[in-house]
Design a binder for this molecule. Structure first.
Ligand code: PAF
Length: 285
């Protein structure tokens, strides 16, 4: 595996690979890699001949007072895991490489509407930061395929929209969430949980499973949302939102929409956990 830090060196490597007809895969990450990230790398390896994984803690997607400085940086261990997984190139740009003019005043890419809902409502500007850095990485790497986790369901939807709206010639692939044995979705932020909080954290997934069952049984959506929010609070969390949306575009479901997804975010100690679960409901003839 080669590790590169600047865009010209990465472009030269990519040009070499392209000359010999290699298909390029991209896995953007913020590092502190866990089994969920490695599953993304494996998915990219199954769809491309050469895989570039990026590690960049993108300051543009953190709001004031969020955990930009505390975000775990574990580059040596990340590199070890990536090499072991068969990743070909690790790209670790400095902030000045991606934002040479600084954080403010940089050209941004923003998907209207959905960027301000759900996680975007409590993290203003977050998705603008995500779609901006992903658009840049798409331009730098020009991958044939890029792989993201479905754990960040709204993020994946926004990246698909951004790529479609800007005619990015890349296939965006979403990979299933990897969970701990007790159901907790793997996340770099799980490391913020104390032992007691870690023991309570699987409640988020459990509540989603119960809500999906209720919806499948035909229970009313608004009432299911209310009950699930109450269940999160009972489990000792501070729920941010829990919302049942249409799978296709994350819009509010109408009576004929049967393919749904429940999305939730909840604070537990220092961590803000997110998770989601696709579900379906009977829509009649
Ligand atoms: O999901 C993440 O880790 C980040 O939001 C991403 C897609 C790497 C952009 O910084």
């Amino acid at each position: 595996m080669i590790t590169l830090h600047d865009i010209p060196a990465l472009r030269a490597q990519l040009a070499d690979w392209r000359r010999t007809g290699q298909r390029i895969g991209l896995v953007p990450t913020m590092g502190n890699l866990h089994a969920g990230h490695i599953a993304l790398v494996r998915a990219a390896l199954s769809r491309a001949n050469r895989v570039v994984t990026t590690v960049f803690v993108n300051p543009l997607q953190f709001g004031p007072g969020e955990d930009l400085d505390a975000y775990p940086r574990t580059l040596a261990e990340d590199a070890r895991r990536l090499k072991e997984a068969g990743n070909h190139c690790l790209f670790v740009p400095a902030e000045s490489e991606l934002y040479p003019r600084g954080r403010d005043g940089h050209t941004c890419v923003e998907v209207p509407g959905l960027s301000a809902e759900l996680c975007g409502a409590s993290r203003p500007g977050h998705f603008r930061g995500v779609t901006t850095v992903v658009a840049k990485l798409f331009n730098v790497v020009q991958p044939d395929v890029a792989v993201f986790g479905q754990k960040d369901y709204q993020q994946l939807m926004l990246i698909r929209r951004m790529a479609a709206d800007l005619d990015c010639p890349v296939e965006v692939v979403g990979e299933p969430t990897v969970r701990e044995p007790d159901g907790l979705a793997m996340s770099s932020r799980n490391g913020y949980l104390t032992a007691d909080e870690r023991a309570r954290a699987p409640a988020l997934h459990r509540v989603l499973v119960e809500a999906a069952e209720a919806i499948g049984a035909g229970r009313e959506l608004a009432r299911t949302e209310q009950r699930a929010m109450a269940a999160l609070a009972e489990a000792g969390m501070r729920p941010d939102y829990l919302s049942v949306r249409r799978q296709s575009d994350l819009g509010h479901p109408g009576p004929r929409d049967g393919a749904l997804v429940i999305l939730a975010a909840a604070h537990l100690g220092r961590a803000r956990l997110i998770d989601n679960l696709e579900c379906s409901r009977p829509t009649g003839p």
